[in-house]
Design a protein around this ligand. Structure first.
Ligand code: ADP
Ligand code: MG
Length: 453
């Protein structure tokens, strides 16, 4: 295996276990630059990434590499600002064999102006009765932005294709109308821009940036629940764009009427356009999705393998894809055909995972584990800095993830007063947009929380 192939193998495995955002943050512009005997050197773009890979991912990376090559005993990371720069100048197809390109992650090619990922297209979106309506509405919207359905509001459960559909609209519009300014933004990011704008007294800049957009796409709008200032800014922006017949496209995990603490005026704006929901795909559609995805990755399996995955993964297309990626990876590494029995063995751990339910206990455990603390330290009286911050984060997450009441949160973390809980929650909430490291830590904790459940 060449260094590049080995690193692609590592990336392929890691990608299965962490979110795209984390993956892009920590693994973009990394590569193995040398392998001398038992030692591998990985180049990374900056010292921040170096620290994180060393502290948080090294074990994982090492395990994967060791599985491939038992001679490797050590991995070191060095900062190389120029990493991959020279590499990028040449046409990629000359350097990366087609086969490896399949495992190159297209998330990297997200357009910086539009935030659109070219991977999400109508062409690669499988349509069945479960998503026919949102698909048709999306397609019509892409054909005549600002005219037919405004706003277009798409909702549905996790991993059922909302982001894919929203981005497909954006990509199609960019292709068809080259002069239209399209912007995709997750509501979480939108919120932090508002918060930053207010903090730095330059909210006008924020407004100016958005008011000339022709197509504004905001993903996971349920995140605005309870964020009054952001809602207000969004409401103003909505009106400006709407009056100019600009297209607004929104997604949420639930219908507008079920988003708690959403200002009534916003709710009625959302309800003024087209609302379409994505439900659950049936088994035939799940198989069709698997086949399409396998084809995209230039792989194929016997029908009973598709049927097996489709019958055990029922509720989430992202998980369907995850299971499929595992099989593709297995096939690649072992270079042999894969039958239903092997598929069952390979997927055993993945599929036997119990359903993901987050509880207060799990949040406290995960935070403690993340910061290498004992649970009892987290709930003790200590005011040590190393403990205060994780405790505040735990309080923040109890509020954010479970909507627990402040008195409950105070009680859970060692009988603290509810005002302490409120203070902690606000402190973390306010610091996230200012503190990149904190933001990433919380991201990772959430990630671990979901993975462990
Ligand atoms: P959501 O935003 O609803 O959580 P995503 O849009 O991120 O879900 O979809 C999860 C994964 O499933 C993505 O990789 C996406 O490409 C894929 N996916 C979802 N729906 C479809 C579909 N109808 N056809 C093909 N792929 C799909
Ligand atoms: Mg999404």
């Amino acid at each position: 295996m060449t260094n590049e192939e080995l690193w692609q193998t590592v990336l392929a495995q890691i990608q299965l276990n962490i979110s795209q955002a984390n993956f892009a943050t920590w693994f973009m512009e990394t590569e193995i630059i040398s392998q001398k005997g038992p030692k591998i050197t990985v180049s990374v773009p900056n010292s921040f990434v170096k620290e994180w890979l060393e502290n948080k991912y090294n074990k994982h990376i090492f395990k994967i590499i060791y599985n491939v090559d038992k001679n490797i005993k050590e991995i070191s990371y060095i900062v190389n600002k120029k990493s991959l720069k020279s590499f990028k100048k040449e046409p990629i197809s000359h350097i990366i064999p087609e086969e490896i390109d399949q495992l190159k992650f297209k998330e990297f090619k997200v357009n910086k102006d539009t935030n659109l990922n070219p991977r999400y297209l109508f062409d690669s979106f499988v349509v069945g009765s479960f998503n026919e309506l949102p698909y048709a509405a999306a397609f019509a919207t892409a054909k005549d932005p600002g005219i037919v359905y405004n706003p277009l509001f798409i909702y549905g459960g996790v991993g059922l294709g909302k982001t894919h559909l929203l981005q497909a609209i954006g990509n199609e519009i960019v292709k068809k109308f080259q002069n239209k300014k399209v912007k995709y933004i997750p509501a979480e990011k939108f919120t932090s821009e508002v918060v930053m704008g207010i903090k730095n007294h330059n909210i006008e800049l924020f407004k100016a940036k958005y008011k000339d957009i022709d197509v504004l796409i905001i993903d996971d709008i349920q995140f605005l629940a309870g964020k009054e200032k952001t809602q207000e800014e969004f409401f103003n922006l909505f009106n400006i764009l709407y009056e100019k017949n600009k297209q607004i496209i929104l997604s949420s995990d639930r219908p507008p009427k079920s988003i708690m603490s959403l200002a009534e005026r916003l709710r009625s704006r959302f309800e003024g356009g087209m609302i379409a929901d994505i439900s659950m795909p049936d088994i035939e559609t799940r198989m069709a999705i698997l086949k399409t995805k396998a084809q995209e990755k230039k792989s194929d399996f016997p029908d009973d393998v598709y049927e097996y995955i489709a019958s055990v993964v029922q509720k989430n297309i992202r998980e369907l894809e995850g299971a499929l990626n595992r099989l593709i990876f297995y096939k690649k590494v072992n270079k042999k055909e894969l039958d239903i029995n092997i598929a069952k063995t390979v997927l055993k751990n993945l599929l036997s995972a119990p359903t993901k339910i987050i509880t207060p206990k799990k949040i406290i455990q995960t935070v403690a584990m993340f910061y290498d603390l004992k649970e009892k330290d987290l709930i003790a009286v200590s005011r040590k800095k190393e403990i205060v911050k994780p405790r505040q984060i735990a309080m923040y997450l109890l509020r954010e993830e479970l909507k627990n009441s402040f008195p409950f949160i105070g009680k859970k973390l060692g009988g603290k007063d509810h005002t302490t809980a409120i203070h902690s929650y606000k402190k973390i909430l306010n610091n996230i947009p200012k503190d990149k490291k904190l933001e990433e830590e919380i991201y990772l904790i959430k990630e671990q929380l979901v993975n462990q459940c």
